[in-house]
Design a protein around this ligand. Structure first.
Ligand code: DHK
Length: 152
């Protein structure tokens, strides 16, 4: 059985990880995080993307709707205001794990209400960059349960 890839999608400013507010986001770069995700996937295909453009993130969600088994998404600042991203994620038929490096609920009020959480299967916030491989493992466990049921 050919297993569909999982998507790890990242929103604006995450390309600056490593230099960006290290006291909040740590010093790990997005490239290091991508490597961790591939390693955590244990051979399952991972499509890892980052963009500063809302429309590109929406386009990747559309691609995942057609080709993906599950999504880990750090929408970054788009978490709180993007109706287009929410509308795209509503169409996604499989598990979604929303991830934030920081604990957004301990930060400024503007970061407290994620629209994406309304459609996420699970939310991880505050584990730092190591949240990514944890999210990948958790998503694969969720998806494999579905595959096993469907695949028999
Ligand atoms: C990353 C961002 O860029 C912020 O806009 C979010 C999130 C927090 C994170 O913790 O990964 O509010």
């Amino acid at each position: 059985m050919i297993m569909k890839p999982i998507y790890v999608l990242n929103g604006p400013n995450l390309n600056r990880l490593g230099k960006r507010e290290p006291e909040i986001y740590g010093s790990t770069t997005i490239a290091e995080i991508e490597a961790w995700c591939h390693e955590a996937a244990g051979g399952r295909a991972v499509r890892f993307h980052q963009t500063n453009a809302e429309h590109q993130l929406v386009d990747w969600v559309h691609e995942a709707i057609d080709e993906g088994a599950g999504i880990v998404i750090n929408p970054a600042g788009l978490s709180f205001r993007s109706i287009p991203l929410l509308d795209a994620l509503k169409m996604f038929p499989a598990p979604i794990i929303e991830l934030h490096i920081s604990n957004i609920h301990r930060r400024e009020e503007i970061y407290h209400h994620s629209l994406v959480s309304k459609v996420a299967t699970a939310v991880i916030a505050g584990l730092g960059p190591k949240g990514y491989p944890i999210a990948v493992r958790a998503l694969i466990d969720m998806v494999d349960k579905v595959d096993r049921v469907e695949g028999g």
